[in-house]
Ligand binder design. Structure first.
Ligand SMILES: *Cc1c(COP(=O)(O)O)cnc(C)c1O
Length: 483
């Protein structure tokens, strides 16, 4: 057999795949029942690099599953109930299986012929989500590679709709700007800079004690921007913000945008998914008035990264973002055909993302997303309740979502009123030790200059008992490190 003959040998594939699925099912079981002791095994970056460099020099593998087993063992285990870290989904196994399927089929999607199934499925799942958000018209939705790219795409659409001249064709001759809260995700700032707005073109509106945009300050900042010669084109609401999971008041932003004829964009990368939940939908009140909305399926909707929906209230806007000629791709350049995905997305070749979502919905129905939101957001409230009951912990803000920030306050600080630096250092050290021990995975954030511990309860199988155990562990470390 030549190398390529063995590469494409169906018999090899069958054997390897069967074995791999068994390995993954074991991983899942061991993570869920905590036979697997740690969420991660900490290794310094240079040591990890050295390990894999040495591995790379070894003789070829007889069985690639030996490598896969090693990857599993050395990765961060999102399916462990003590995983409470970054906002990426604890993937539904069925969505991962769909990934195997779409990985092998590899239909590129930019043109209909290369996405005979995935283009219609994309239309169906984005129409469904548009409906959940309360949009009356459908057909303007698309899936794209991540919230960062989706937010950039939305702002490009905003510019096409609201800038005084046609920047796409003529380049910019105005100083354009967007308004956003100072707690917005950094990708908004980056998108505005990519679009040439510069530092002055990102107007940061201060947040209140709940880390929500102070919408009553929009008017003043808008007037100042105009005095400075800036043309504001859009206001972006964060639903929710990254650090604290706070929801901006979308009704107030919608009113302001209507009054000044501005584009209203809602960045719901993390928290837009609550549209499917009767219990938590109220957090998005006003979202149906947004011109564009971003929702990451790879955060709160159990799909592997990257998989993001960008939805437009007016479907025509979706086609006005990228007005480029690509004769070899599309015979009919100008037509608004939903089935040629590349006309509306930044990507040319694109994953068959829709298949993963569709498979989940056809098998489990909408209930899968509703339960996911209700379970994890309820758990956020539970965490706050547990924290309030423990004198060594402080909650800077009541959580609105499954993101919970808190910090450990030592006896010394409690009794002697030591300066806040001591708690900052102590909390940073606690977080570092948790990382090195690996039993729990949580992150940290800075709020108004102070360090807080932060959990995002992404794993729906996490129970209140795991939260108690985390706090017990932090208290132990707190006593040990507070010397
Ligand atoms: C995660 C997040 C982003 C970035 O999305 P990616 O999919 O990571 O690119 C943007 N905005 C908010 C509010 C987020 O939570």
């Amino acid at each position: 057999m030549t190398t390529l003959e063995s590469v494409f040998n169906p018999h090899n594939f069958r054997q390897q795949a069967h074995e791999l699925v068994d390995i993954l099912a074991d991983y899942l079981q061991n993570a869920q029942n905590e036979t697997l002791k740690t969420t991660l095994t900490w290794v310094e970056p240079e040591d990890s690099l050295a390990y894999w460099q040495a591995d790379f020099q070894k003789p070829l593998l007889d069985n690639p599953n030996d490598f896969f087993k090693d990857v599993i063992a050395k990765s961060t285990h999102l399916h462990h109930p003590n995983y409470m870290g970054h906002q990426v989904s604890t993937v539904a196994p069925l969505a991962a299986l769909s990934g195997l399927l779409t990985g092998l089929l590899n239909n590129g999607m930019a043109v209909y012929e290369m996405g005979l199934v995935s283009n219609p499925l994309e239309r169906i799942v984005t129409d469904w989500l548009a409906q959940q958000l309360g949009f009356k018209e459908s057909g303007g939705g698309m899936l794209t590679s991540g919230g960062t790219l989706a937010n950039l795409t939305a702002l490009l659409a905003a510019r096409a709709a609201k800038a005084p001249n046609d920047v796409w064709t003529e380049g910019s001759n105005e100083r354009l700007a967007v308004m956003v809260s100072d707690e917005a995700h950094y990708c908004i700032d980056r998108a505005a800079r990519i679009m040439g707005f510069g530092t002055a073109g990102i107007i940061k509106i201060p947040t209140n004690e709940k880390y929500q945009m102070q919408t009553d300050l929009l008017e003043k900042h808008y007037e100042n921007a105009q005095k400075d010669g800036l043309t504001v084109i859009a206001v972006i609401g964060s639903v929710c913000s990254t650090s604290t999971g706070s929801y901006d008041d979308l009704e107030a932003i919608a009113d302001f945008c209507e009054k000044h004829n501005l584009w209203f964009h809602a960045d719901g990368a993390h928290g837009g998914a609550v549209a499917v939940s009767e219990k938590y939908r109220h957090l998005l009140r006003g979202v149906e008035r947004a011109d564009s909305v971003v929702v990451d399926f790879h955060k709160m909707m159990l799909i592997p990264a990257l998989c993001t929906a960008l939805l437009f209230k007016n479907p025509n806007h979706a086609f006005e973002t990228f007005q480029q000629k690509a004769q070899y791709l599309w015979a009919n350049q100008g037509s608004k055909d939903w089935f040629n995905s590349g006309k509306r997305t930044f990507e040319c070749t694109k994953f068959m993302m829709s298949v993963k979502i569709y498979a989940l919905m056809r098998t489990y129905g909408e209930a899968v997303f509703k339960e996911m939101i209700d379970t994890t957001y309820d758990l956020g409230k539970k965490m706050a309740e547990i924290l309030r009951g423990r004198p060594h912990f402080e909650l800077p803000v009541e959580p609105q979502s499954n993101v919970v920030c808190f910090r450990y306050i030592s006896d010394k600080v409690l009794s002697q009123g030591l300066p806040v630096e001591n708690i900052n250092d102590l909390n940073a050290q606690i977080r570092r030790r948790l990382l090195e021990k690996g039993d729990f995975y949580i992150v940290q954030t800075t709020l108004q200059g102070d360090i807080y511990l932060r959990v995002t309860l992404m794993n729906p199988l996490t129970q209140p008992r795991h939260l108690e155990e985390l706090l017990d562990e932090i208290e132990r470390l707190g006593v040990e490190l507070d010397v």
